[in-house]
Design a protein around this ligand. Structure first.
Ligand SMILES: Cc1cc2nc3c(=O)[nH]c(=O)nc-3n(C[C@H](O)[C@H](O)[C@H](O)COP(=O)(O)O)c2cc1C
Length: 321
């Protein structure tokens, strides 16, 4: 059965996870082209003084992105979150995703993100306020709880369902676990059994085999991939094939990958402007290089030090040969 979020029928069961500093418009478009059914924006703060910030505007730019366009918001104040949701719908978001998964101690000066999971009443107030504020579907991204002894993902999932949240992403780690340790997919399957809204499994999925395994263990409706897609936007095609029961397909030929890398770097220069684009492109080039057998490490080091956008592009062309 196809997965739906509100009025949107998703094409496929793989999604790109929101990653601050990574899932900007150029990278989201690339992952969508390779089959990600949805790609959530970087988180943006609900703080009123940041809503009109130029960087916030860039993070929520969805120009040319196919539906459904999802913007993630972060905050701990129900009224501010409601206002941020409304504003982002006005700016083109077709889905509002709420971040209750970020492990940072203080995100934007408030105990937001996964810190909220300890305060179930506040979770309910935030979800109620955001759902009431907008006509578009609201989704929620959580961890399994605050710490291994305090896993309340199932309770939060029920709160979310009764608040009218239309899909739930669960990163299978507690806040205390950061990004280390194994992901506990069993909690995700507990969540899946507890609610009737779509549940999306997240955490450490980086291959067709792990995608299939996580779908099987959790019974989730879809999977969300973050770090596995860095330097490999074509992974989504491979995951989709695997989830549809086809044999594992190879990644695209080197010529295609190279063309995509150069296009990505160029797009970053245009999207951010040459100075900032050059800096953002560095990490993507390094991730692409990680997956490029036999890449020249001195060549990579030279690119990462370059201060001119055209030269960065030229050296990238030479590196991926
Ligand atoms: C660099 C980076 C930035 C992230 N930024 C966000 C974010 O803005 N919002 C969010 O909900 N999660 C964020 N996450 C968490 C990811 O969405 C995801 O839940 C986590 O990385 C686990 O999935 P993975 O193992 O597939 O990477 C971030 C993760 C990374 C590595």
């Amino acid at each position: 059965m196809e997965m739906r979020i509100g009025p949107y029928t998703l094409v496929g069961r793989t999604m790109l996870a929101p990653m601050a500093g990574v899932t900007d418009l150029p990278f989201r478009l690339l992952c969508r082209r390779y089959g990600a059914a949805m790609a959530v924006s970087e988180m943006v703060s609900a703080r009123p003084d940041l809503l009109h910030d130029a960087r916030t505007r860039l993070r929520t730019d969805h120009s040319g992105e196919p539906a459904p366009r999802a913007t993630q918001i972060l905050g701990a104040d129900p009224l501010q979150m409601a206002e941020a949701a409304r504003l982002n719908v006005d700016r083109g978001a077709q889905i509002i995703d709420i971040n209750m998964g970020c492990p940072a101690k203080k995100v934007c000066n408030v105990a937001a993100g996964s810190a909220l999971l300890r305060d179930e009443k506040l979770v309910a107030r935030i979800l109620d306020a955001v759902v009431a504020a907008v006509q578009v579907p609201v989704t929620l991204k959580i961890r399994t709880g605050w710490a291994p002894g305090q896993r309340n993902a199932v309770v939060i999932a029920r709160i979310a369902e009764s608040a009218g949240i239309q899909a739930l992403v669960v990163h299978g780690r507690t806040r205390a676990c950061g990004f280390s340790g194994t992901v506990e997919y069993t909690t995700i399957s507990d969540v899946k059994r507890a609610v009737n809204i779509p549940v999306i499994a997240n955490g450490d999925i980086s291959s067709p085999a792990s995608a299939r395994e996580v779908m099987e263990i959790t019974g989730a409706d879809a999977i969300m991939v973050g770090r596995g897609a860095l330097g490999r936007p074509w992974l989504f095609t491979q995951l989709n094939m695997a989830l549809n029961g086809f044999p594992v397909v190879d990644e695209p030929p080197a010529e295609e990958r190279k063309r995509v890398i150069l296009e990505h770097v160029k797009n970053l220069h245009v999207f951010y402007g040459r100075r900032t684009g050059l800096r953002i492109a560095r990490k993507h080039i390094a991730w692409y290089a990680k997956h490029w057998p036999g890449v020249s490490l001195p060549g990579l080091r030279e690119i990462l030090a370059v201060e001119d956008a055209d030269r960065q592009l030229l050296l990238t062309d030479i590196l991926f040969d």
